[in-house]
Design a protein around this ligand. Sequence first.
Ligand code: CP
Length: 310
Amino acid sequence: HRDLTGLAGLAPWEILYLLDEAQQWVELNRQSHKRMDRLKGLTIINAFFENSTRTLLSFEIAGKRLGADVVNMHAAQSSVKKGETLIDTAMTLNAMHADAIVIRHQSSGAVRLIADKVDCPVLNAGDGQHEHPTQGLLDALTIRTEKGEIAGLKIVICGDILHSRVARSNIHCLTTLGADVRVCAPPALMPADIEALKVTPYHDFDAALAGTDVVMMLRLQQERMEGQFIPSPREYRHLYGLSLDRLAKAKPDAMVMHPGPMNRGIEIDSTVADLAGRSHITRQVEMGVAIRMACLDVLTRKARGLEGWA
Ligand code: CP
């Protein structure tokens, strides 16, 4: 079987295949009758070792809309709290014969570790600072839906790049699809290896915004800070916050995006986050359900005796 632990190394056609597969579910999700039986009889386990609203709920809704039985394991209420190791937890989940396991974990690489121990496809719902592949895919689908094509677009990702698995997955996805990606962060929140990711780094947000088609804002991940010197919230907003004045430096039709959860008034002003016609933040959430339906469908095809994505 094949897992989805990251977007690094995927070919353009593989990413486009998942986006095309998701397209059909966007329409279905807007109808009043949303239930399919494509994954009927399958069991999907969502194992979340870290908090989530969007990813957990949308994976649960995605599995249920395709007819699967979906169960959620929250680490806070599990035997992880009694000292069970990650490997033992993985072996326990495996013994229940799930057909797919969706995992969010605070440690980079934890999802790969589990994927190597279990017999079914594993989908990464965000691991530490590493990757959040379905977020990268849903962002690409949101952009493609609005702009038609991703190749050639100028896209700026601004914020806590260092700690952001969302930034990493988006960088892999968008550069693979031919976008010109700029990243902008305070010096302390820019990864040392950023040049290797085929993006252009900036510390000056006004310069980074000039002429962009898409402006993607990120949250400061206070929970992952390890003593980095960062500006105060007030200074951060002044230097890196997206206000209406600042948005005017991007193209007149530039899309505003944010993976959520947002810290309104810090990295993004409410006037921008709620700007009709320009903010695509709720559209991103809508696309998230369709992308997760496509990923669950495609990754379980082999187990259902169908031609897979591999
Ligand atoms: N964007 C995202 O992953 O949000 P959650 O943490 O709420 O799942």
